[in-house]
Design a protein around this ligand. Sequence first.
Ligand code: HEM
Length: 258
Amino acid sequence: MADSIASAGSVDWRAAANAVLASRWAKPVVFTAALVPLVWTVWLAYTGELGAEPVLESVKASGLWALRFLLIALALTPLRMLTGVAGLARFRRMLGLFAFFYACVHLSTYIGLDQFFDWPAIWKDIVKRPYITVGMGAFLILTTLAATSTDGMVKRLGGKNWRALHRCVFIAGLAGCLHFIMLVKGWQTTPLIYALICIGLLAFRRWPIRLGRQTDRRRKDAKPIGTRPVRTPPATALRSGEAPEPRFPDGSSPARRS
Ligand code: HEM
């Protein structure tokens, strides 16, 4: 009894989470929330509250948010597997694209406001400062993934090739973390925490832990028992050689159920 109440509660919790995530407001809300760090940074810069070096602070903030969105996008599949909330998958592409968006803001702030489009100096930086080279590598991977993120590209590349290519997102994540570790001076724990999270997500992908009830593809697509027609033709139909009509377990015909 207690078990069935608990399991009904957990089904309701998952169903409620999935219903919220599937609602037509969910994507606009997540989209708007993802723009808040940008608006907030611009506001702080405008009001002069971004510190003594506002350009460097903007470069740092956008880099940090690029890495955060990348890790959040990577965390959605493990979260879906752990909680069984299948609706989380809807947001993977959007959040991955936000990682790319913040990386673009990061790069353009660096090129336009930090280096004033001084291309020889930028090239010197890329070659001479290894953390910039690594950051550029991460950016090139993110650009490739963003360019191939459309449904059309999935079709053109074929599911298998597309998935193989998009596994490179972990390389981008690790390169982003390495970029962060390399640029900080001295021993700092923050970049190491980001790297540990990225390695943990990669490890989860390799050795997934499944807790509680699952919503893998079979479960998700499965119709509740009792609503699936079963092919148990009436004896008369078989004798007459007619094609058997699917029936529900209670014997009624699906054609007669609304
Ligand atoms: C496109 C090539 C890139 C360039 C040229 C670049 C350049 C920079 C620069 C100049 C800084 C500031 C360094 C300082 O504190 O003096 C920085 C910081 C940072 N970048 Fe990048 N970056 C690039 C790509 C990326 C990418 C793709 C990511 C994330 C996936 C990223 C994440 C970060 C982070 C987390 C920081 C440190 C923020 C902090 O100190 O709080 N960068 N980057």
